[in-house]
Write a protein that binds this ligand. Structure first.
Ligand code: BES
Ligand code: ZN
Length: 969
């Protein structure tokens, strides 16, 4: 399509939106028409909702900015008028130099309370004021007299005022039809209706797809954009002959666009009752892959760009299987006639659960068995099972308001593990949750600056910030704890009850607690108090407790107390009146055969519990069986010794998860100053015989703090040699090559071991990695030379110990790869270089997307470079110098906060503290408000690193000297 079109918009009723091409002045004609009637709109708002909670957790954001308090009553829409049905007609213009969506919306509303105005949401949309009509349904087809249409910038409200003088009002109980034409933006930001540009067969291609959650539907069409204002949506999309259009519901028919050669309208079936954030649109030139579904009431399809078809096979197999699993698990059928999964090239990361049209970034949906790694397969399972679980938890029953976001995200993050365990048990997903979910979020939740799961939010900025690890992982961890204390069957039946009662509606967390209470009563499950009372202590208070177990070896009594666990001592002066006590479900054993249970109450008087026992003084006791409880456990010195002895003599008596829990708790307790380092370091000795992934993963994660503190100290050699000695037996038995008999977790363990041991400088490991990489360089087309499971480590090691050639090879592959997950692995390997000039070049490439890295990759590159021991200082210098430029290019404050965090988290000298404070002091005005908090956190963290060094460094070095073999690598 060259040139453009001239556009005429006639004022008609619903569906009367006729677009006429007349030759070649499209853009001009369009803007002239709409600008002429443009009301007072705000400037384009660039800080739209943040995405991707896990890779770029917004944990450091400004949840504390308290905008909620300011806007609490004004930011929510009035409930005088409610939407019942939307007719949305959109035509995204997919041509170079144009970024518009032409639209018309017709909304059937019901008036609940007499009013002289209709208030709905709209943001960055040009409404054709002349086209706005409000017609009483069933009455004469004449619009009520509209006095004016106002736009309120802060609230993103579009206010349609009826004529007060003439006493024009909407009457209670009456239905009206509101309609208008508009032009919205086809953005480049993955928010609202956006354009994704990708290269296929050397040709630049465009597609359009929507991302509404949490509050971007209002950027696409004027709507009542709150999760509890559910309605039915009937969608019509305009597209070119060569494209296809998709929406939540199936296509019912296609009509020619009036006067527009080559353009069509696709009409979709009306939806079920749903929230605006789940509405989805897509227009693309994609290929459809139909999955085999037997005995189902729905069809299941995957949509991908044509050259990626072969990578969709895995999703095609696991998708329908998972959906059937959830139908059985929840005992509620999937209610839509079809489910589409769409892989979006470029720009889009993560995934979104739009009802009936799930969207995924390519790297998390597509999987190439030969090129992608085991972790990539796991990612596909995680995202597919997560988004499919939302079809019930979120889509069918929706949280009443964003404050309860965790209800859908946290619950789903637990339920997805059940789905994954069904669809691909070899992944042992639920078991992995202990390290990847629970222990990960405990690290954050142990900070004084954490926040509760339930938190008041109102302003869109605050809503976006809630998509963080606290909502997801803590939410999932406390859900897992609940499932454990009420039992899996009651948990499942309680959920079914909740879903059936609230389907097509909205719910608050108390509705869920009530459902479980009812079920627990029915199933005669003993609970010390109401589920709500128990769970409120975990959702309303931030943090979690450490349980201290003190045994009296004479009387055999065990005393249990609780106290909030904080990783570092507080400097805070602000008064916090919260009583940090929880309802704690206790589980304990002395043999892993008989498990005892009990409860610690959340009140002062019963916060100490004395348990009677028969356990002899030479037998250990272990609390928090399989770490189902969201807390840490500390013991008296003798019990720690007994546990250490058991690990040394026969560690398999203790469950795999508890081995992981013991190591992680002990190392974190020592870091927090609650335990002498001797205890956890003594425990690590048994690891020479540990062959399971989980205990290794949790120990190495906890040890990484020691690693980062000691990396630039004289004691590092001792630490390195000791850890290498522990890893060596495994390295020797696992090697580099995946065996078909190996489990998924063995594969993950191999990668971890090779990664650590190569990183720590083990000669054999480095030589093998370099050899393998050079063979690949000599034969680039041969994808089997480097086993995919260790591809990242091999590339990273070869680049770290190599030069320009090695780096260039990976860069070329990165550019050319058709597999998104391989691209991500190579991108991260590129940051392993130790050549200062290449590091400098990479930093520069980050600010120059045209020849360097795309903006969304650049932030990851800078963050990873900041963790490279050599790159760290260069990155700090670079960031200091380019800060003004960076704040312009990367307009997400949260992402910049993460760069800042990565860069400074291992600073631990007075000099580094001074440099950091100087930088923050000098750039106050550039470290915009939301960053103030995270920069302050960085300074606090460096201070606490300094104090860790003072208190623990020598202690650790002394222990290592006494226990270190005089080995060399
Ligand atoms: N509902 C979210 C997508 C989302 C995230 C929308 C942030 C708006 C802001 C989706 O269900 C989700 O959680 N996606 C995750 C992946 C998931 C496996 C944790 C993501 O995109 O990272
Ligand atoms: Zn989710």
């Amino acid at each position: 399509m060259s040139g453009g079109l001239h556009l005429t918009v006639t004022k008609c009723r619903a569906f009367g939106f006729i677009l006429v091409f007349i030759g070649s002045i499209m853009t001009v004609g369009l803007s002239v028409y709409f600008l002429a009637v443009r009301p007072n709109y705000p400037a384009a708002n660039s800080c739209s909702s943040p995405k991707r909670p896990l890779s770029q957790s917004n944990f450091l954001g400004g949840l504390w900015s308290n905008k909620s308090v300011l806007v609490e009553n004004v930011i929510r829409l009035p409930r005088t008028v409610l939407p019942r049905h939307y007719d949305v007609r959109l035509w995204p213009i997919l041509e170079k130099g144009n970024s518009t969506v032409l639209g018309r919306v017709t909304i059937d509303v019901q008036c609940l309370q007499s009013t002289d105005r209709i208030v709905l949401h709209s943001s960055d949309i040009n409404v054709d004021l002349k086209s706005v009509q409000v017609i009483e349904r069933g009455a004469v087809e004449e619009s009520l007299f509209i006095e004016g249409v106002d736009y309120e910038t802060v609230t993103e409200f579009l206010v349609i005022r009826l004529n007060v003088e003439r006493k024009v009002k909407l009457a209670k109980g009456t239905n009206y039809t509101l309609s208008m034409n508009f032009v919205a933006n086809l953005t480049d930001t993955s928010a609202g209706f956006f354009r994704s540009v990708y290269i296929e067969d050397g040709v630049e291609r465009y597609m359009a797809v929507s991302q509404m959650e949490p509050t971007d539907a209002r950027r696409v069409f004027p709507c009542f954009d709150e999760p509890n204002m559910k309605a039915i949506f009937t969608v019509t999309l305009g597209r070119h002959r060569d494209m296809m259009a998709l929406s939540n519901m199936p296509l019912i028919n296609t009509t020619k666009m009036n006067g527009m050669e080559d353009f069509y309208w696709d009409h979709f079936a009306p939806s079920l009752l749903m929230s605006t954030y789940l509405v989805a649109f897509a227009v693309a030139n994609f290929t459809k892959i139909e999955a085999d579904v037997d005995n189902s009431n729905w069809k299941f399809n995957i949509y991908v760009r044509t050259s990626a078809i072969s990578q969709a096979q895995y999703a095609k197999v696991i998708g329908p299987k998972t959906q059937t699993f959830y139908e059985n698990y929840f005992q509620v059928p999937f209610p839509l006639p079809k489910q589409d999964l769409m892989a979006i090239p470029s720009a889009f990361v993560g995934a979104m659960e739009n009802w009936g049209l799930l969207t995924f970034g390519e790297s998390v949906l597509l999987y190439d068995e030969d090129v992608s790694s085991l972790d990539d397969r796991q990612t596909v399972v995680e995202l597919v099972t997560h988004e499919l679980a939302h079809q019930w938890f979120g889509n069918l029953v929706t949280m009443d308001w964003w404050t309860e976001l965790w209800l859908k995200e946290g619950f789903t993050s637990y339920v997805e593990c059940l789905g994954a365990d069904f669809v691909d048990p070899s992944l042992e997903r639920l078991q992995q949750f202990v390290t990847s979910g629970l222990q990960t979020v405990m690290r954050l939740d142990a900070l004084e600056s954490s926040h509760p799961i339930s938190i008041l939010v109102n302003h869109p900025d605050e809503i976006g910030e809630l998509f963080n690890d606290i909502s997801y992982k803590k939410g999932a961890a406390i859900t897992r704890m609940l499932a454990s204390f009420i039992g899996d069957q009651s948990f499942r039946d309680g959920l079914t009850y909740y879903l059936r009662i609230h389907q097509y509606g909205n719910a608050v967390q108390d509705d869920l607690w009530n459902a479980f209470d009812k079920q627990a009563k029915l199933d005669r499950i003993f609970l010390p108090t109401k589920v709500k009372t128990i769970m409120d202590t975990w959702t309303v208070k931030m943090g979690f407790p450490v349980i201290t177990v003190q045994r009296d070896y004479m009387s055999r009594n065990i005393s249990v107390t609780q106290k909030r666990f904080l990783i570092r001592k507080s400097n805070s002066t602000t008064a916090d009146t919260t009583v940090y006590l929880w309802w704690v479900p206790l589980t304990y054993t002395a043999d892993f055969e008989t498990i005892e249970t009990n409860w610690l109450a959340d009140n002062q008087s019963s916060k100490n519990l004395t348990l009677e026992s028969e356990i002899g003084m030479n037998n250990w006791i272990i609390f928090n069986i399989n770490e189902t409880g969201y807390y840490r456990v500390n013991y008296d010195a003798h019990n720690w010794k007994l546990i250490a002895q058991q690990l040394m003599t026969n560690h398999t008596v203790i469950s795999v998860i508890n081995r992981a829990q013991i190591m992680n708790d002990a190392l974190n307790l020592a870091r927090a100053g609650l335990l002498h380092y001797e205890t956890p370091l003594n425990l690590t000795k048994y690891l020479e015989r540990e062959v399971e992934f989980l205990p290794w993963e949790s120990t190495l994660t906890a040890l990484s703090y020691l690693n980062s503190m000691m990396q630039r100290t004289p004691g590092y050699g001792l630490l390195k040699n000791y850890v290498m000695k522990l890893l060596l037996p495994l390295y020797n038995s696992l090697g580099f090559v995946h065996r078909t008999s190996d489990s998924h977790l063995t594969g993950k363990l191999r990668r971890k071991v090779v990664q650590c041991i190569c990183f720590m400088g083990h000669k054999d490991c480095i030589t093998r990695a370099i050899e393998s990489y050079s063979q690949w360089m000599a034969d680039p087309g041969n994808i089997t030379i480097v086993p995919s499971v260790v591809k990242g480590v091999v590339a990273c090691t070869a680049i770290r110990h190599g030069g320009e050639l090695e780096w260039n090879f990976a860069f070329k592959r990165f550019r050319e790869s058709n597999v998104a997950s391989e691209k991500a692995t190579l991108l991260s390997s590129l940051t392993c270089t130790q050549e200062s000039w290449i590091l400098a070049k990479m930093l520069e490439m980050c600010l120059n997307p045209a020849v360097g890295f795309r903006t969304q990759d650049a932030l990851d590159v800078i963050k990873t470079l900041a963790e490279n021991p050599i790159g760290r200082f260069m990155t700090f210098n670079f960031v200091r110098e380019k800060w003004p430029e960076m704040t312009k290019i990367f307009n997400s404050i949260h992402s910049l906060a993460h760069v800042f965090e990565s860069m400074t988290k291992s600073f631990n000298t007075d000099m580094e503290l001074k440099e950091l404070s100087d930088f923050v002091g000098k750039n106050k005005e550039l470290l915009v408000s939301a960053m103030t908090r995270s920069t302050q956190q960085s300074i606090d963290r460096v201070r606490s690193n300094l104090s860790w060094m003072r208190q623990n460094y020598q202690q650790v070095v002394n222990w290592l000297q006494q226990n270190n073999p005089a080995t060399s690598t």
